[in-house]
Ligand binder design. Structure first.
Ligand SMILES: C[S@@+](CC[C@H](N)C(=O)[O-])C[C@H]1O[C@@H](n2cnc3c(N)ncnc32)[C@H](O)[C@@H]1O
Length: 250
């Protein structure tokens, strides 16, 4: 099958939105790993005085992860799928969290502008038509020294990890997705990961988009070699956040 993109992908997420949380709850480590990537941003003082962007927030799982590590930050969460956002907005959130219906490619047009002190893009980048353009745009939304965490299914390049990924998808995720009427979306999930960057290639892509301090950090569990955080920083002019510590946070 060809990959789903843009409106076709949003329509597929709209349809899957109501059952999305049930599927991710069955994925061991899903929420803990999002929190781990959020922690890796190394945000000080519970995020006091900081503005954070959750790009591709979906039903709010990654937003909740950001909120957990930075409860005092202002958090803007954006997504292209109205259905996913409806699920997110139906949950209880404190007033420092706001949701915006906007594609990553059209944030400013939707009124989302920087500077942000950090951006979390969880399971977003392999879904967009032009990841380089999205990364460049994210860099321009970040304050100098602002941090980026790309939390993504990025395979290690080892054949075994690709085999595990295909087995988990074909044996568990696809049958469940098909039963829920979302076969196309979960076939897209399988294919988009296999076709997307390895973790190192993703880091190189982030570097090419002008980020510095780029690091690849692994996840524990069955996702080892399959999910990584690519951590980076916008070039430092007058940095608002010091870099020490951010890269070593596990
Ligand atoms: C796999 S879900 C992940 C959601 C959430 N970040 C999480 O960790 O659970 C990917 C999300 O990215 C959104 N998305 C895909 N392409 C997008 C784009 N071009 N702009 C904004 N959101 C997009 C989808 O609508 C979907 O909600």
């Amino acid at each position: 099958m060809s990959l789903l993109r843009d409106d076709a992908l949003s329509t597929a997420f709209d349809h899957a939105a109501r059952t999305y949380d049930r599927l991710t709850a069955a994925n061991p480590g899903y929420h803990a790993h999002l929190r781990r990537s959020a922690r890796r941003l190394g945000l000080p003082a519970g995020g006091a005085g900081l503005r954070l962007l959750d790009l591709g927030c979906g039903t709010g799982a990654s937003t909740a992860a950001l909120l957990r590590v930075a409860p005092r930050a202002e958090i803007v969460a954006a997504d292209a799928s109205r259905g996913m956002l409806d699920q997110a907005e139906a949950k209880p959130w404190p007033p420092n969290v706001t949701f915006v219906h906007a594609p990553a490619e059209g944030l400013r047009e939707a009124g989302v502008d920087g500077p942000f002190d950090a951006v979390l893009a969880a399971y977003l980048l392999r879904n967009v038509s032009d990841p380089d353009a999205v990364l460049t745009s994210v860099r321009t939304l970040l304050a100098p020294g602002g941090r980026l965490a790309v939390h993504e299914y990025t395979l290690s390049g080892r054949p075994l990890d690709r085999v595990v990924w295909s087995a988990v998808c074909r044996g568990v995720v696809l049958p469940a997705g098909r039963a829920l009427g979302d076969g196309d979306l979960y076939r897209h999930l399988l294919r988009s990961v296999v076709d997307f960057d390895t973790a190192d290639a993703c880091a190189e892509r982030v570097r090419r988009a002008g980020f510095t301090y780029v690091r690849v950090l692994p996840m524990p569990g069955w996702q080892t070699g399959i999910v990584h955080t690519v951590l980076a920083a916008a070039p430092v002019g007058r940095a608002r956040l010091a870099h020490s510590g951010a890269e070593s946070v596990r």
